[in-house]
Design a protein around this ligand. Sequence first.
Ligand code: SF4
Ligand code: SF4
Length: 85
Amino acid sequence: MVKKKGKTIVTVYSAWCKGCGICVAFCPGKVLEFDEHGKAYPAHMEECINCGFCELHCPDFAISVRPKKDEKCIDEMVKNKDLKK
Ligand code: SF4
Ligand code: SF4
């Protein structure tokens, strides 16, 4: 199955990241890099193929990979809630 790029939101909770480098080394899309504090961050999120490796293998549960449509749903929910006020 070919996975499409650019359909996901990759979030790294930097407070939980210990900089082990597993995600940076093994991400097939080379999405993740280290910042100046030695924490991983999604430098090339548009290259993510949603394989889930980083989320599954981060020893500190510091990464979340979600479809972009989830973010849209949340935006809609917030908007609808605001309209009801
Ligand atoms: S696998 Fe987790 S702890 Fe290790 S560098 Fe990546 S985000 Fe940080
Ligand atoms: S889901 Fe896969 S391609 Fe996307 S950032 Fe994680 S390891 Fe890389």
